[in-house]
Design a protein. Structure first.
Length: 281
């Protein structure tokens, strides 16, 4: 079977109407993943619905309350260069800047990456640590859910039939640093393990580990014990072990499950040290 048609809607409403009449078609965002899979013979959709012409899905804006909206069709390169992503949201900008290589960052979109739900991708851990919410729009209307509820299982999301991931919503950035780090075999590869950490205004942190399970790991109860104790290695180690306990890594070409489990506490500690040094400077 070959792909027989390409639809180019100009609005969300039109895209949803086409999907309703042609449920076999796949939505096409930037194409960095979908087209690569098609070229490799892994998928052969009967039809594609390209979202590139829908202006409502593009761009980064800041609301009067300081919260930030990122359209799902915003390119990685634009997210990486966005001046609004500062302080506790800088980790999102850093994650975008580490995706693959310039050609992919010029093509790929945040929505397309999230919808693919690859555990080794860069955005998931960063957005979990940023406490993002996602807006999904479908035949039944719009709904928002925390990103921690979006990833259901390996390569599976909470998107329902006919829904489009329309936008990503971030809280007002706090004036404390954040960062995203990943360990890879080679530059630009998917993560063997990744870590996103944001310091909070009350002296605590939010931390998420990626590529060590079907969804990013976050241990909220253990995080709470670090309030005011970010410089205490023993307290940091407790959080690291809690994250290890939540992990469900696999053996693959990027590393074994056992290796990933050993990485988690070390990557967390080194990422936090980097942030504390950055703040002190």
């Amino acid at each position: 079977m070959t792909t027989r048609y390409l639809e180019r809607p100009r609005s969300l409403e039109e895209a949803l109407e086409i999907k309703a009449s042609r449920p076999e078609a796949l939505f096409l965002a930037g194409g960095a993943t979908l087209i690569a899979m098609k070229n490799a013979g892994l998928i052969e959709p009967e039809g594609l619905i390209a979202l590139e012409g829908i202006q409502a899905l593009r761009g980064v804006t800041q609301g009067q309350d300081g919260s930030i909206r990122i359209g799902a069709m915003t390119r990685h390169r634009d997210t990486a260069a966005c001046p609004l992503l500062t302080g506790s949201l800088a980790l999102v900008r850093e994650a975008a800047s580490q995706i693959a290589n310039p050609p992919v960052r010029n093509m790929g979109t945040m929505g397309g990456s999230l919808a693919n739900a690859d555990p080794g991708a860069d955005y998931p851990a960063a957005l979990v640590a940023a406490e993002a919410e996602l807006e999904l729009i479908g035949p039944s209307g719009a709904r928002r859910l925390p990103i921690s509820d979006f990833f259901v299982d390996w390569y599976e999301t909470a998107l329902e039939e006919g829904e489009i991931l329309a936008s990503i919503h971030l809280p007002k950035p706090e004036n404390r640093p954040s960062t995203y780090r990943k360990l890879t075999r080679v530059s630009g590869d998917y993560a063997t393990a990744s870590c996103a950490v944001a310091l909070t205004a009350d002296g605590g942190l939010r931390a998420a580990i990626g590529a060590c399970g079907p969804a990013p790991l976050r241990a909220r109860v253990a995080e709470a014990t670090l309030l005011g104790r970010l410089h205490d290695p023993a307290a940091v180690a407790v959080l690291g072990e809690a994250l290890v306990a939540l992990s469900d890594p696999v053996d693959d070409v990027r590393g074994s499950a056992a290796y990933r489990r050993r990485l988690i506490p070390r990557l967390l500690a080194s990422t936090l040290d980097t942030l504390l040094e950055r703040e002190a400077a």
